[in-house]
Design a protein around this ligand. Structure first.
Ligand SMILES: [Zn+2]
Length: 508
């Protein structure tokens, strides 16, 4: 490697192999501890992780080195040196290089940092950082022709895509352990988590663009309840024609309408943002709860989930706060969102009330843990997050039970609203995105919208109105978007605003 010239493709493979051998003891120790490595599915995951790690790292290096061998060498040396330091801290202090750790490192001052200095650290730096770097700097790499580069590049890319598809079922295990795996895979742990840290910081400081002021047109008492679903796909609701009875209660309720709808994204933060904003943009406009709160509407937000844009209202309750004063089995499930709701509504002195309940019931991969046992209508269910341990039927059964439980929560909510006879009330259930349950060997969600299968995009949009409150203007065949929520809530609560768009409102 020192004296002889080496081909670029060989060099990046060797560099990737060195990266794998030197810095990934803890990564695989964790994998072996959490997986059943004697089972076929366990072996598949381990072999796939080794291959993917080697190939992906070599692939990225290949691209960088082809563009500039100087930049490539510089980056590789920097990575190996940081890897060596990270390895020292992982071995000595048992730390994980996750987003919290990166935050700690970035906010450490010189004095604190210098207290970590030790001869052990110097040894790690020399053995795992400087010595491999020396060979990298000395290596004489032969430049490859563009044609050869393009061929190797596309074949490797194809190979990586195939590996991803072959491992479809393993994503559930990988997703469950992604934080730990990501924190131990070098150099990605600190690259990805440093970027995540800065993105998070800039989002926290992002100021929302205020919408023009709104006025409340009448003093009729009305309540709009928006229930945000999690990973609920319309296909598994009997309201949408599913052959299993997953909506035994909602299907009996009058004035209930289910519209076809498409999500704007396949992950929570983006889906929730679309449900709350007046139009889908990359900017952060004032979202529905903040807008109505600023314009004198009583707004209550209760959540067992996360990932909403910054909320600036008085009555915000997260899972920890809700659980603090809750007793009984139901406190561990989404029913907790309904506790005390009637009292809170009655205590309000305002005529117009918006309540947002952000649920988490259908979030995978452990669907079977998201509902009380009495809702286990479909059996047997999947109890594992590993591939091969569950059949497709068991997985779908567990998911369908989460829909049965959602059916119960929504119908209880409607019963609660019916009892408040002095109010016109409306309930809207819209999911953040859909879910894959093994179709095309895909699981969970998160595939970019352009490639996403329909299962991840087709969401329920269910509306109920109290007697004599409002009529719907669309028939059932209309396909809605998440942005319909904003304008329809404005219409229902009789709020006049220059931003209001009649074409996005579902009420007469
Ligand atoms: Zn989600």
């Amino acid at each position: 490697m020192l004296k002889n010239n080496i081909k670029l493709s060989h060099f990046v493979l060797i560099a990737s192999l060195i990266n794998f051998l030197l810095y990934h003891f803890h990564f695989f120790k964790f994998v072996f501890n959490t997986l059943d490595y004697k089972s076929l599915s366990g072996i598949t995951i381990i072999v796939s992780l080794v291959i993917i790690m080697l190939v992906v790292n070599a692939f990225v290096l290949y691209l960088i080195f082809f563009l500039s061998r100087f930049v490539g060498k510089l980056l590789l040396v920097i990575f190996f040196i940081i890897n060596a330091i990270a390895l020292y801290f992982i071995n000595t202090y048992n730390v994980l290089i996750d987003i919290t750790m990166i935050g700690n490192v970035i906010n450490t001052d010189y004095e604190e940092a210098s207290s970590f200095f030790s001869w052990g650290l110097i040894m790690y730096l020399i053995l795992f950082g400087l010595i491999p770097s020396f060979f990298i700097i000395k290596a004489k790499i032969i430049k490859e022709s563009l044609k050869r580069f393009l061929i190797s590049f596309s074949l490797t890319l194809l190979f990586i895509i195939c590996m991803v598809f072959v491992n479809g079922g393993n994503w559930r295990w990988i997703d469950k352990n992604s934080t730990k795996l990501g924190a131990l895979a070098m150099p990605w742990s600190y690259i990805v988590n440093t970027s995540r840290y800065y993105i998070k910081k800039s989002k926290e400081n992002e100021k929302e663009i205020l919408l023009p002021n709104a006025t409340i047109k009448d003093n009729e008492k009305s309540i709009a309840v928006l229930v945000i679903g999690e990973s609920a796909r319309s296909q598994n609701f009997s309201l949408y024609g599913y052959e299993k009875l997953t909506n035994p209660l909602l299907s009996k309720i009058e004035n209930l309408h289910s519209y076809k709808a498409t999500a704007c994204a396949t992950y929570t933060t983006a889906g929730v943002k679309c449900i709350l904003e007046h139009e889908s943009t990359n900017k952060l406009y004032e979202i529905l709860p903040n807008y109505l709160h600023r314009n004198n509407v009583e707004v209550i937000w209760k959540t067992t989930n996360w990932g909403e844009p910054p909320i600036h209202i008085k009555n915000f309750y997260n899972k920890t706060e809700l659980r603090k004063d809750c007793e009984g089995e139901e406190c561990n499930y989404d029913e907790i969102l309904l506790k005390g709701l009637q009292e809170q509504i009655l205590a309000s002195k305002k005529d117009k009330i918006l309540i947002v309940l952000h649920t988490s019931t259908s979030h995978g991969p452990s669907y079977n843990t998201k509902y009380p046992s009495r809702f286990e209508n479909f059996k047997p269910v999947c109890n594992s997050v590993e591939l091969g341990e569950c059949t497709s039927e068991e997985l779908i059964n567990a998911y369908d039970n989460t829909i049965v439980y959602t059916d119960y929560i929504l119908s209880s909510l409607i019963e609660n609203l019916k009892e408040l006879k002095d109010y016109n009330s409306m309930m809207m259930f819209v999911s953040d995105h859909g879910e894959s349950l093994g179709e095309n060997n895909l699981y969970m969600h998160g595939i970019p919208v352009a490639f996403a299968p329909k299962e991840q995009l087709e969401i329920p949009f269910i509306v109920w109105m109290s007697d004599n409150s409002k009529q719907l203007k669309y028939n059932k065949t209309e396909t809605l978007s998440q942005n319909h929520v904003f304008h329809s809530v404005l219409n229902f609560l009789a709020i006049e605003s220059p931003i209001y768009d009649e074409s996005m409102n579902i009420f007469k």
